[in-house]
Design a protein around this ligand. Sequence first.
Ligand code: ADP
Ligand code: MG
Length: 618
Amino acid sequence: MTTETYEFQAEAKKLLDIVIHSLYTEKDIFLRELISNAADALEKFRHQQLLEEEVFDADASLEINISVDEKDHTLTITDSGIGMTRDELEHNLGTIAHSGSKTFLTELSEGAQKDVSLIGQFGVGFYAAFMVATKVRVLSRSYHPDSDGHEWSSDGTGSYTLTPSSGLHRGTKIIIELEEDAYEYANDNAIKRIITQYSNFVPFPIKVTGEEVNTVQAVWTRSKNDIKDEEYTEFYKFIANAFDEPMTRLHFSADAPLAIKALLFVPETNTETMGFGRMDPGVSLYCQKILIEQHSKDILPEWLRFVKGVIDSEDMPLNISRQALQDSALVAKIKKIITSRFLKNLGELAKNEPETYGKIWKEFGIFLKEGATSDFTHRDALAKLLRFESSAAEPGELISLADYVERMKEGQEDIYYINGPTRASIETGPYIETFKRRDLEVLYTMEPIDDFVFTHLGEFDGKKLISADRADLRLPDLSDTKEKDADDAEKLEKPVADSLTKWMKEVLGEKVKDVVVSSRLEESPAIIVNPDGMFTSSMERVMRATNQEHIISGKNLEINTGHHLIQGLADMRVEDENFAKNLIEQLFDNAMIQAGLMIEPRSMVERSYEIMERALKK
Ligand code: ADP
Ligand code: MG
C-alpha cells in the first residue's frame, strides 16, 4: 500500500489555519456540516441510482450512522452516499473552489471570529471538523462499480495523505480524533442534542449507535394547516443554513396548469450588504422530494436570489441536465408562476402587515429595484412594491407610487421625482423650488439605482415619471400656486438676457450644451438641467463611475434673470470682463455641485480664492 502526501492549496491552508485557531465557541456546527455533506452525498446517490444501471453496493440502505468511542475519544460518521474517488478526495477536500468562500476567507482573516458560524454557507463546511479534531480520516468509496476505496487523512496543518483502502462499503466514513477540549463530543447524548437542533429535517435516517434520531419531513409536501410556525422556522434554518428567523414565508401548491409545491422564505438580513459579495441563489428544485438542482440559478429570476426555499414539481423530469434546465420551457413557466405568486404575496403583506413589509423593504428593497430595472415580465407588480421618501411625507416615512397617485392634484398629470444624496440636500437644493411654490409632491430618489428604476418603468398607472432635472420640465399652473417672488418686471429685459446667455455659452464652451433663461428658479441663481430626456444627473454619476459617460449628451445651464447675481454679471462684463468670466465659471461649478456632479476641484478652488481676494480689496 502506498501512501502519498500532498500539500493543501494555499487558500485551503489559510482557511484551515483560521478554523483551527479560532476561539469560536459554537463548535457544535461541525456536526451539522458533516451531516449536511452526508445528506448531500445520499441525495446525489439517490439521484444517480435512478439514472444509471449499475451502482456499487446497490442494496445498502440510504442512511447516516454516527457512533462514538468514549475511551479513544473518536467520533465516526458514516453515510452510504455517492462516495468519492481518489481524484475527488484530492479535489474536494484539498482545495476550495467555491468563489464565495474566498470572499469569506478575506472577511474572516480581517478579524471577527464570530462569523465562523457562517462557514456552511460558503462551501467550506468540511473544514469545520478541524475545530474539534487533532486528526480527520476520510475513508471513501465511490458508487462507480469499478472504483477503489481510499483513505484521506490530515491533521489540518499543511498537508494530507491519500492511501488505497480495501474492503470499504459504498459511501464515506469520517473518523474524527477529538482534541482534548472537544472530548465531550464522544457522547451519544451530546450528538443527539446537536442533531435535533440542527439536522432534524435531513431526509434520511440519522442513527446514533443504531437509534434513529431525526424525524424525516419534507415540510413543503404537507398541508399548510398541519404545520406549526416553529416547524416552518426550523425548516428554514435547515435549508438556508441560517440562524435567524425568516421575516415572511410563502407556502403554496397548485395542480393546474402545473403541479407545483413551493415553500419560500425571506431571511432577516441581507448578507450582500455585510460584505460577503454576491449571494448565490437560495432556492432548490425538487421533483417529488428528490433533488434536481440545489440552489438553482434557473428556477427564480436572479434578483430573487435573497429568497430561500424549495420548489417541487412532479412535472419536472428527474434526469434533466443543467443545460436543459436553462432552456426548458417548463422551468420558464414555473419561474413565472412562482415569481408572480411571490410578488403578489409581498403586495398583500404590504397591505396587511405594513411594518413587516417595511422591514423587508429596508433589507431587500434593493433586489426589488434590481428587478424593476431588468425584468420586463414582472414590471408592474414590482412597481407597486417600490417605496420612496417624499416631500409630502415625514422624514423616514416611505410611500408607494399608488399613495402618490392617490393624492395627485387636480390638473396634475405626471409623477415627479428628484434625486439627491440626502433629504436635506434635496430640500435645500434648487430643484425643489418650483415644486414648493406649486405645492406639488415630489418623490425623493436617494439611491443611485433609483433613477434607472424610474427610467425603466417610464410610467405608473398611466402617469409619466418625470425627473425634476429635465430641461423640458413644464409644471401645471395650479389654482393655489403661490405668487412668484420676483415678478417679470424685476427680470432682465429680453435683449439683455439673450445677449447674456449667448455670452455665457461662449465662456463655458463645450462644458454646456446651452445656456437658457429659467422659468423655474425662485431663489437660486442657476441650475443644471438635462436636455436629453433619457439620463438624469444621478444616472450620469453612475455612468461616469463605470466609464460610460460618452452615451450622455451635454447639460443646459438655466439662469435666473431675476437674481441679483445674474443681473450683476451684465454690468461686470462691461467693468471687468475677465473677472465676469470667472464668476460665470464659478456659477457653473456651483450648479454642477448642486446637481451632484463631480467637477475638477483644483481650478475651482484657485478661482474661488481669486474671487475672495477681490472681495477683500473692496
Ligand atoms: P460543500 O458541502 O458546500 O460543497 P464542504 O466543504 O462541506 O463544501 O465539502 C466539500 C466537498 O467535499 C463537497 O462538495 C463534496 O463534493 C465533498 N464531500 C464532503 N463530504 C462528503 C461525503 N460525506 N460524501 C461525498 N462527498 C463529500
Ligand atoms: Mg458542506
